[in-house]
Design a protein around this ligand. Structure first.
Ligand code: NGQ
Ligand code: ZN
Length: 453
């Protein structure tokens, strides 16, 4: 496999910023890190390097509905009316559509600075609810989109069986999602084979939510899992109230009381927690999967981030509904949600004198990697060569040093500042553009024109 030498004027290393950094890449990984060196002939020269940010939660197909659910209904709007529209949209998507839309979403993720994605994939069956001849047909479309765009994929095939707490019958709108424990096991095995064709692909287990699985199903799915386990939880108040009415316990409390929640787990949203639940979740070592743009768009609420981080909780960010795909904006909104509700500034920096953007970035790189089943991260020998460079000549980087550069990306310049992106050693973005953009966008446009006709 190709070897390459990249030289950066400065780079964020695990121990801090360094100037004059040469990364030797081999077989998709960082083989060597030289610090304080001048560039040489044969080096590819760049300004500023950061480790790529993992995107721990996405439903790629929802990219195609962006901007189409922003009209107020006759009786007001909520998460649940949005979900009705989403279910109606889902009915029309063919496997080919899903591949085309996913490639579009994955391309935009890479262009914004995300290098890996956890695709929480639940659209398994044909529009009439029947399984495809190949049960992993849809999963393979996601794998194909990852292969084309080069994004690092952790595919999270979703187990979905019920419409509400206590094993309620699924609704018609959910027919494309449904599996039994046996058909899910079969799906996982077929998907594993397909994932093994990707460079550095991973798989995880994803019970959709406590609404969609029973306690017995959750035990069967998770008991022996070595892989990451992702679940939506406590996103909406109505869901919390329904859980209490059914079980006497709140969702996060219910899960922590019954399951050995540990660092394998990623609890997506976990928006509505009491202080006690917040501390217990932080102490469990599980990752909180926060999706600030989607949580704002869907009217979910604000995650108790200050208490969770103070208690040592691990977190990462996800683009979830993909209504906007923007790595730096997820971090910005995570902090702004806190500022708006706490009426304070720099709420999520770890201590006095620390940079908020940089602390959030480091935290989300570590927590995101944990949630996606990826171990060595950062610009260190042995880690996957997942690298983002920023444009040296961007006005928002003028005169900035060290962590100020990340703060300026997160709070000022945003995604316009991304220059190049490498994923597993392959350069997929140059000057902010994905190498496949000229193919991926026209194909996406054609699918959208047909879908929205
Ligand atoms: C989903 N999305 O599975 O796409 C969910 C909505 C549900 C978010 N929660 C459906 N953001 O939770 O029932
Ligand atoms: Zn989700």
């Amino acid at each position: 496999m190709a070897e390459a030498r990249l030289w950066f004027a400065s780079a964020l290393l695990p121990n801090g910023w360094a100037d004059g950094v040469r990364l030797g890449l081999s077989d998709g990984r960082i083989a060597s890190v030289d610090i304080g060196v001048a560039s040489e002939a044969g080096d590819s020269r760049h300004a500023l390097a950061l480790p790529g940010l993992p995107n721990l939660h996405s439903h790629a197909f929802q990219r195609a509905m962006a901007g189409l659910t922003e009209v107020r209904g006759p009786a007001g709007d909520s998460f649940w009316t949005w979900r009705e529209l989403m279910y109606r949209f889902v009915e029309r998507l063919t496997p080919q559509d899903v591949e085309v839309v996913a490639a579009m979403a994955f391309m935009e993720m890479l262009e914004s600075g995300f290098t890996c994605v956890g695709e929480f994939h639940y659209l398994h069956h044909d529009s009439d609810g029947r399984a495809f001849a190949n049960p992993a047909e849809m999963s393979e479309r996601i794998v194909a989109a990852a292969a084309e765009t080069g994004i690092g994929l952790t595919l999270l095939p979703v187990f979905y069986a019920h419409a509400g707490f206590g094993g309620a019958q699924p609704s018609g709108g959910q027919r494309r999602f449904i599996n039994t424990i046996d058909s899910y096991a079969n799906l996982l095995e077929t998907t594993r084979v397909s994932i093994s064709t990707l460079p550095d692909g991973r798989i995880g287990i994803a019970p959709h939510s406590l609404r969609a699985v029973t306690e017995a199903e959750l035990s069967a799915l998770t008991a022996a899992a070595a892989e990451p386990i992702h679940i939506h939880i406590a996103e909406q108040i109505w869901e919390v109230e329904d859980c209490v009415a059914w079980s006497g316990a709140r969702p996060v409390e219910w899960l922590l009381d019954r399951f050995p929640v540990d660092p394998r787990w990623c609890l997506v949203h976990a928006t509505h927690m009491t202080p006690g639940e917040t501390t217990r979740l932080a102490q469990s070592g599980a990752v909180a999967g926060l999706c600030p743009i989607t949580e704002a768009n869907l009217g979910d609420g604000v995650f108790p981030a200050e208490a969770f981080l103070t208690a040592g909780g691990a977190f990462g960010v996800g683009s979830d509904s993909n209504v906007r795909i923007d790595a730096s904006e997820e971090l910005r909104l995570l902090e702004y949600g806190q500022r708006l509700t706490r009426r304070a500034r720099n709420v999520l920096a770890s201590e006095g004198g620390r940079s908020t953007g940089a602390d959030l970035y480091r935290g989300a790189v570590a927590g995101g990697a944990q949630a996606l089943g990826r171990d060595a991260t950062g610009l260190v020998p042995g880690a996957a060569a997942d690298i983002v460079s920023l444009k040296a000549d961007h006005p928002d980087l003028c005169g900035r040093r060290g962590d100020q550069q990340i703060d300026s990306w997160v709070f000022a310049g945003g995604s316009q500042m991304v220059d190049c992106v490498w994923r597993f050693g392959r350069q997929v973005v140059a000057q902010g553009r994905h190498q496949g953009r000229d193919v991926i966008v026209p194909r996406y446009r054609a699918v959208m024109e047909r879908l929205l006709r």
